[in-house]
Design a protein around this ligand. Sequence first.
Ligand SMILES: [Fe+2]
Length: 242
Amino acid sequence: MMFNKAYSIMKSCNLSGVIENKIDDLIAKKYSQHPYSTSLKLDNIELALSQALAISQSCPYLFAGALNNLLFNCIREGRVIDKKIEATSSVSIFLSWDESGSYNKTKLLGDKALPLILNSDEFHANILKSDLRKIFKKEIVPYYSKNVAAYLKEIASALSNTNDLKRCAALLAFEIHAEIVSKVLWDKIVEIFPYIQKHELAFFELHVGENPAEELHVEMTKSMIKIVVETCLLYTSDAADE
Ligand SMILES: [Fe+2]
């Protein structure tokens, strides 16, 4: 009965709205300014961008690989593959597909784009690499520093966690941070390199430009929270009835 009441209260007070406000409050209080906004200078921006390139390159593998690990974690723990697993998996599948550039191709050309997905020029990391060539007038290679490797390992583990809330939080945190860091990097690049115009940088235009993909990704992950958290409560409520 107590669970039923808690569920009805949270449902009636617009659960997803409450969670979104809490997330926005947390970011405003603890992370109002990204460290890059003050620390990036001419002498360290190349290093920062080569690590950003490594993270971008890892994205399709990270999201796709998380599903494999999630499956085997479920098997090991005897966890049923339910709607909550499927909801976060849908987001991971989309993100992996999108990071390969294939989503944009099929959005523009429909089925006809399928043979074109084998051309990897539009992997988001390759678009970033081409932006970096414009900025630095040389080839920048992805730098998998110790910190980047540790971050990827941690996020990969969280993305395949059978704890629904932790898995969901990892996806949301990754997307929100991607949006924030992309905006900061874009601003800092044009500040440090005055010969570069904002609109010349296709990677940033794609993610946080006029028709920003990141904003929609964050919306998608927020919808995922609604499904995962409400389903958690619904199951708890059903269990309380029995
Ligand atoms: Fe991307």
